[in-house]
Design a protein around this ligand. Structure first.
Ligand code: NI
Length: 165
Protein backbone atom coordinates (compact mmCIF):
# COMPACT_ATOMS: atom_id res chain seq x y z
CA UNK A 1 0.00 0.00 0.00
CA UNK A 2 1.51 3.31 -0.99
CA UNK A 3 2.29 5.94 1.61
CA UNK A 4 0.69 9.21 0.56
CA UNK A 5 2.30 12.62 0.73
CA UNK A 6 0.90 14.72 3.57
CA UNK A 7 0.56 18.40 2.63
CA UNK A 8 2.35 20.74 4.99
CA UNK A 9 1.09 24.07 6.30
CA UNK A 10 0.90 26.68 4.81
CA UNK A 11 0.27 24.78 1.53
CA UNK A 12 -2.73 26.48 -0.09
CA UNK A 13 -4.26 23.10 -1.02
CA UNK A 14 -5.03 22.63 2.68
CA UNK A 15 -7.60 25.41 2.16
CA UNK A 16 -9.65 23.54 -0.45
CA UNK A 17 -13.13 22.39 0.48
CA UNK A 18 -13.89 18.69 0.07
CA UNK A 19 -17.01 17.36 -1.65
CA UNK A 20 -19.23 14.57 -0.29
CA UNK A 21 -18.39 11.05 -1.42
CA UNK A 22 -21.11 9.97 -3.86
CA UNK A 23 -20.34 6.28 -4.02
CA UNK A 24 -18.09 4.05 -1.90
CA UNK A 25 -16.34 2.06 -4.61
CA UNK A 26 -12.95 0.34 -4.87
CA UNK A 27 -11.20 3.66 -5.44
CA UNK A 28 -12.55 4.99 -2.16
CA UNK A 29 -11.78 1.74 -0.32
CA UNK A 30 -8.18 1.81 -1.62
CA UNK A 31 -7.83 5.45 -0.65
CA UNK A 32 -9.09 4.69 2.88
CA UNK A 33 -6.54 1.86 3.22
CA UNK A 34 -3.73 4.14 1.99
CA UNK A 35 -4.83 6.94 4.32
CA UNK A 36 -4.76 4.60 7.32
CA UNK A 37 -1.29 3.35 6.38
CA UNK A 38 -0.08 6.92 5.85
CA UNK A 39 -1.49 8.04 9.21
CA UNK A 40 0.13 5.12 11.05
CA UNK A 41 3.51 5.65 9.35
CA UNK A 42 3.41 9.27 10.50
CA UNK A 43 2.36 8.28 14.04
CA UNK A 44 -0.87 10.23 13.78
CA UNK A 45 -4.28 9.49 15.30
CA UNK A 46 -6.38 11.18 12.61
CA UNK A 47 -6.11 12.13 8.95
CA UNK A 48 -8.49 13.90 6.55
CA UNK A 49 -8.40 13.37 2.78
CA UNK A 50 -7.68 17.07 2.22
CA UNK A 51 -4.29 16.50 3.87
CA UNK A 52 -3.33 14.03 1.14
CA UNK A 53 -4.64 16.35 -1.59
CA UNK A 54 -7.92 14.53 -2.20
CA UNK A 55 -10.97 16.78 -1.96
CA UNK A 56 -13.46 14.19 -0.75
CA UNK A 57 -15.10 14.01 2.66
CA UNK A 58 -13.14 11.09 4.12
CA UNK A 59 -11.60 10.87 7.60
CA UNK A 60 -9.61 8.05 9.15
CA UNK A 61 -8.80 7.77 12.82
CA UNK A 62 -7.09 5.50 15.30
CA UNK A 63 -7.28 7.17 18.68
CA UNK A 64 -5.18 4.56 20.47
CA UNK A 65 -2.59 4.67 17.70
CA UNK A 66 -1.93 0.95 18.01
CA UNK A 67 -3.76 -0.13 14.82
CA UNK A 68 -6.29 -2.11 16.87
CA UNK A 69 -9.35 0.00 16.10
CA UNK A 70 -9.10 1.94 12.83
CA UNK A 71 -12.16 4.13 12.26
CA UNK A 72 -13.51 5.51 8.99
CA UNK A 73 -15.91 8.45 8.76
CA UNK A 74 -17.28 9.29 5.32
CA UNK A 75 -19.45 12.40 4.77
CA UNK A 76 -19.33 13.01 8.53
CA UNK A 77 -21.31 15.80 10.16
CA UNK A 78 -21.56 16.81 13.79
CA UNK A 79 -24.33 18.40 15.80
CA UNK A 80 -23.31 20.04 19.03
CA UNK A 81 -24.84 18.47 22.13
CA UNK A 82 -22.97 20.58 24.67
CA UNK A 83 -21.48 23.94 23.68
CA UNK A 84 -19.40 24.21 26.85
CA UNK A 85 -15.88 24.84 25.54
CA UNK A 86 -13.32 22.23 26.37
CA UNK A 87 -9.62 23.07 26.01
CA UNK A 88 -7.39 20.46 24.46
CA UNK A 89 -3.77 20.44 23.27
CA UNK A 90 -3.98 19.75 19.55
CA UNK A 91 -1.41 18.77 16.96
CA UNK A 92 -1.67 18.00 13.27
CA UNK A 93 0.31 15.93 10.76
CA UNK A 94 0.22 18.95 8.42
CA UNK A 95 1.76 21.19 11.09
CA UNK A 96 4.51 19.01 12.55
CA UNK A 97 5.86 19.53 16.06
CA UNK A 98 3.36 22.24 16.88
CA UNK A 99 1.01 21.69 19.81
CA UNK A 100 -1.38 24.44 20.87
CA UNK A 101 -4.42 24.62 23.09
CA UNK A 102 -7.73 24.93 21.24
CA UNK A 103 -11.24 25.18 22.70
CA UNK A 104 -14.10 23.32 21.05
CA UNK A 105 -17.62 22.30 22.09
CA UNK A 106 -17.24 19.45 24.57
CA UNK A 107 -19.92 17.08 23.31
CA UNK A 108 -21.20 16.34 19.80
CA UNK A 109 -23.18 13.74 17.96
CA UNK A 110 -21.52 12.38 14.82
CA UNK A 111 -23.49 11.16 11.80
CA UNK A 112 -21.40 9.46 9.12
CA UNK A 113 -20.97 6.50 6.84
CA UNK A 114 -18.49 3.86 7.96
CA UNK A 115 -16.02 2.14 5.63
CA UNK A 116 -18.74 -0.27 4.50
CA UNK A 117 -21.06 2.57 3.54
CA UNK A 118 -23.44 2.10 6.48
CA UNK A 119 -24.87 5.15 8.26
CA UNK A 120 -24.27 5.45 11.96
CA UNK A 121 -24.73 8.01 14.72
CA UNK A 122 -22.45 8.23 17.71
CA UNK A 123 -22.20 10.53 20.69
CA UNK A 124 -18.70 11.79 21.25
CA UNK A 125 -16.84 13.61 23.99
CA UNK A 126 -13.19 13.79 25.01
CA UNK A 127 -10.59 12.93 22.39
CA UNK A 128 -13.10 11.61 19.82
CA UNK A 129 -15.11 14.86 19.96
CA UNK A 130 -11.94 16.92 19.54
CA UNK A 131 -10.56 14.77 16.75
CA UNK A 132 -13.74 14.60 14.65
CA UNK A 133 -14.17 18.39 14.84
CA UNK A 134 -10.49 18.91 13.92
CA UNK A 135 -10.76 16.54 10.94
CA UNK A 136 -14.07 17.95 9.64
CA UNK A 137 -12.41 21.38 9.80
CA UNK A 138 -9.73 20.00 7.43
CA UNK A 139 -12.43 19.00 4.93
CA UNK A 140 -13.71 22.57 5.09
CA UNK A 141 -10.23 23.98 4.50
CA UNK A 142 -9.75 25.01 8.11
CA UNK A 143 -6.75 24.31 10.37
CA UNK A 144 -6.42 24.35 14.15
CA UNK A 145 -3.96 27.25 13.98
CA UNK A 146 -6.84 29.36 12.59
CA UNK A 147 -8.21 29.43 16.15
CA UNK A 148 -4.99 31.00 17.47
CA UNK A 149 -4.00 34.66 17.45
CA UNK A 150 -2.34 35.93 14.27
CA UNK A 151 0.84 36.64 16.25
CA UNK A 152 1.00 33.02 17.35
CA UNK A 153 0.25 31.81 13.79
CA UNK A 154 3.03 34.00 12.43
CA UNK A 155 5.45 32.52 14.94
CA UNK A 156 4.45 28.98 13.94
CA UNK A 157 4.98 29.73 10.23
CA UNK A 158 8.44 31.11 10.95
CA UNK A 159 9.32 28.12 13.09
CA UNK A 160 8.21 25.64 10.39
CA UNK A 161 10.07 27.52 7.67
CA UNK A 162 13.26 27.45 9.70
CA UNK A 163 12.92 23.71 10.40
CA UNK A 164 12.43 22.91 6.73
CA UNK A 165 15.55 24.58 5.38
NI1 NI B 1 -4.91 17.87 11.42
Amino acid sequence: MPILNILQYPDSRLRLKAAPVANIDDNIRNLVADMLQTMWEANGIGLAATQVDVQQRIIVMDLLGDRSNPRVFINAEVDILDETPRAFDEGCLSIPEVVETVERPSKVIISALNGKGEWFKEEAEGLLAVCIQHEIDHLDGKLFVDYLSSVKRQRIRKHLKKNRT
